[in-house]
Design a protein around this ligand. Structure first.
Ligand code: PBE
Length: 268
């Protein structure tokens, strides 16, 4: 069966996001792993630029392949599909985990309790991401979530006592998922009396700063595959507080109207 040859139209380019993102590294592995991607390139930019390129391509019904992940609001906004990945370059099911610095439990037991108990599901995370994508500021979207989901928030703060302006620093990367989760956790900690700083940085630096104790924690560890190499490098120096979201995924994402189902259907 003949499938469409989109390579030329796409400039043999996969639209990536920030250099340093696990999904960009996985796409580069896919370019090595698949004959169908021989001569293709992964172009890096930012998550925002990727989303704009995706929206523009869809407006014009043009072919595009992006380094995608879910949960993500793009699946609510557009008809999209993951390309099958028979070589497993993008791994399988992922979870998002919380990692904190050593000593946090002793130094800030109340913050530790919240970070340890923070866990939500895809639809909850999606609601915050969609709110932000529609123009609400991340702080406001997080405050809306906390106000509308008091039961869930109570399950995160159970056993944690209020503090008086204690400083805590969270680090994250400006991926839509992590903008949402980090601001929600920051809002909950602020509600308990913490003076929270949430600092956006590069992925590798995020891991390093928690491992080195410069930052107190992060809720942005995608494992086992996406950040597998960073976890291996830092696992002895971070405290793993487990999954805060299950059922995450990364891969190559294309519009539903493209006549390809597998990475193998692309052509060099
Ligand atoms: N992401 C979102 C990140 C993890 C969170 C899939 C873009 C990455 O690829 O590293």
């Amino acid at each position: 069966e003949e499938t469409a040859n989109y390579g030329e139209e796409m400039g043999y380019t996969i639209t990536g996001i920030e250099p340093g993102a696990g999904v960009v590294g996985a796409a580069e592995t896919a370019v090595e792993d698949y004959d169908s991607l021989a001569g293709w390139e992964v172009e890096t930019s930012s998550s925002g630029a990727m989303a704009t390129a995706l929206g523009d391509a869809i407006d014009n019904e043009e072919p595009i392949a992006v380094t995608g992940w879910s949960p993500h609001w793009k699946f609510e906004a557009y008809d999209l599909k993951y390309l099958e990945d028979p070589n497993g370059s993008f791994g399988e099911a992922e979870e998002i985990k919380t990692m904190v610095r050593q000593g946090l439990e002793e130094d800030m037991p109340n913050a530790y309790t919240v970070l340890d108990q923070f866990q939500w599901d895809e639809s909850q995370m999606n609601s915050v991401m969609l709110d932000i994508n529609e123009g609400t500021s991340p702080d406001e979207a997080a405050a809306n979530f906390v106000e509308e989901n008091q039961d869930v928030v109570d399950s995160w703060t159970e056993g944690a006592e209020e503090v008086d302006g204690k400083e805590i620093e969270l680090v994250y990367v400006e991926w839509d998922t992590e903008v949402a989760s980090t601001h929600v956790v920051a809002e909950v900690l602020t509600g308990l009396g913490f003076d929270v700083t949430a600092t956006p940085i590069d992925n590798a630096i995020m891991w390093e700063s928690v491992a080195g104790g410069d930052a107190d924690g992060m809720v942005a560890a995608w494992l086992p595959a996406t950040h597998g190499d960073l976890y291996e490098e830092h696992k002895d120096d971070v405290v793993d507080l487990g999954a805060n979201l299950e059922g995450a995924k990364i891969g190559l994402v294309v519009p539903e109207y493209m006549d390809v189902d597998s990475i193998e259907d692309l052509q060099p």
